[in-house]
Design a protein around this ligand. Structure first.
Ligand code: SDX
Length: 434
């Protein structure tokens, strides 16, 4: 971050003294105006609901250019990482450490993660308290938060070793917990992780093996899942990442912060959109119903949105959506489902929407969630678990951002202010006077 030659000057039409503010340049992307002295100098706050024009921190992890449809993890384009950047654990290493691992570093990192995939045996009792039809995200919020009760040796966020250990534990245990949530929901016994399988193959094993029959690893499907995880690993200061940072700014332990991130991701406007997008496609049912559905979406009173479309930052195609559509095609081909009606419906809906003025004028393009549900359904993952998979993938991004925040000397507890529009001070009347 460097000081720009240019300064920002805030002047007031009532003749109040102007305020000069520094402008900082990053390595790429928009500059920022440092408004930290604004309240002290003017007694006023900025007003920015939804933080549309607010940089909450400086970061070197993920860069997004919404106009170009560009996504970089530590400078590497997502298209390269997803296609020839190795597997998800290499992306995890990159996000956590800033560089891709060499062969020895990867071997050590994989071994470390692999040896933390089991959860404490008493974790299973938390599941017993949930209804079998509990939404997996409710189970994950509960069980990830509960991890803090087992790991008192890695809760001191000011100890770099504790931060490292809790990062590995969360990345390693999320697949185990997500698979346990699935097994619990279908009444099958939990399946323990296996150390001889890759991260994604191990997850598929824990999801689909039973005591009666092991899961037969299909490398095309495992690779597809691995790519889904890479595409969802991090995404700048999105709602759930900002939640993790805000929770972390109070000094909360990493397990509590990730549980908070999971809770935020659950929302249909955010990570819940993949589940909502698939339900939307199933509700539309056939290409013939698309025009009527599009008409509903255009009717503001309907409250209907085209789930899997639109993005706060991408005002061009979400690069992850393109890669997800390719993955979708590969998986359906591998499974002999290339005529999958939902995939055809999704492509027809995308084509119609991208030619429709309503969506074009609002720069609404498919986002990562539009195709991810179709791929996950083809992999045998139940719809209700889609957002759990998103949380599994995003855990590394949340942790990388949380670690960056903890070690940022500029960070302090996050505490936004407000424009108060409620009642000025008044006296409490006796009840017989109300
Ligand atoms: C993710 O931030 C991230 O990076 C998130 C994420 C990540 O990796 O972490 O990328 C993951 O959350 C992707 C987004 C998934 N959500 C959905 O697909 C749900 C559907 N999308 C919308 O809810 C919406 O597009 C948002 C929430 C994603 C973005 O909303 P914004 O930026 O606040 O945009 P907006 O609501 O101000 O919309 C601008 C206009 C409005 O119309 P007008 O008032 O101008 O007439 O576009 C319309 C909106 O009504 N609009 C949509 C729409 N999204 C926006 N209209 C129909 N369908 C949609 N999906």
């Amino acid at each position: 971050m460097t000081n720009s030659e240019t300064k920002a000057t805030l002047s007031f039409s009532d003749g109040s003294p102007a305020l000069e503010m520094p402008i900082y340049k990053g390595s790429i992307g928009p500059d920022v105006i440092d408004i930290r002295k604004l309240y002290g100098s003017t007694g006023m706050f900025t007003y920015d609901p939804g933080f549309m024009s607010t940089a909450a921190c400086n970061s070197s992890i993920t860069y997004i250019d919404g106009d170009k449809g560009e996504l970089l993890y530590r400078g590497y384009p997502i298209e390269q990482l997803a296609v020839n950047g190795g597997d998800f654990l290499e992306t995890c290493y990159l996000l956590l450490n800033g560089e891709l691992p060499n062969a020895d570093q990867k071997k050590e990192f994989v071994a470390t993660v692999t040896n933390h995939t089991m959860v404490h045996e008493q974790m299973q009792f938390f599941f017993r308290g949930f209804r079998r039809d509990a939404h997996p995200m409710s189970v994950l919020v509960g069980t990830v938060g509960a991890l803090a009760s087992f790991y008192h040796d890695s809760l001191d966020i000011n100890d770099p070793h504790h931060r490292e250990v809790s990062a590995i534990r969360l990345i390693a245990k999320m697949p185990t917990l997500v698979a346990m949530a699935y097994k619990y929901s279908i009444g099958q016994p939990f399946v323990y992780p296996r150390n001889d399988l890759s991260y994604s193959a191990n997850f598929m094993h824990m999801m689909f093996s039973t005591p009666c029959e092991p899961y037969k690893t299909n490398e095309v499907l495992v690779r597809a899942l691995d790519r889904i995880l890479i595409l969802h690993a991090d995404h700048e200061q999105n709602a759930s990442t900002s939640t993790v940072r805000l929770a972390g700014s109070s000094g909360a332990n990493p397990f509590a912060c990730i549980a908070a991130g999971i809770a935020c991701l659950w929302g249909p406007a955010h990570g819940g959109a993949n589940e909502a997008a698939l339900s939307m496609l199933e509700e539309i049912g056939s290409v013939d119903n698309i025009p009527e559905f599009i008409a509903q979406v255009k009717d503001k009173n309907s409250g209907v949105k085209l789930m899997g479309f639109g993005h706060r930052v991408y005002k061009n195609y979400d690069p992850r959506a393109k890669l997800m559509r390719e993955t979708c095609y590969e998986v359906l081909q591998e499974l002999g489902l290339q005529d999958d009606p939902l995939f055809k419906l999704a492509m027809a809906l995308e084509k119609i929407a991208l030619e429709d003025e309503y969506f074009v004028s609002r720069k609404l393009y498919p986002n990562v969630d539009f195709y991810s549900g179709i791929v996950q359904r083809a992999l045998g993952i139940p719809t209700a678990l889609f957002t759990g998979i998103f949380a599994l993938a995003r855990t590394v991004g949340w942790i990388a951002q949380w670690k960056e925040m903890i070690s940022d000397p500029e960070q302090k507890i996050g505490r936004p202010r407000q424009l108060f529009v409620g009642s000025p001070k008044r006296d409490v009347p006796a009840i017989d006077k109300r």
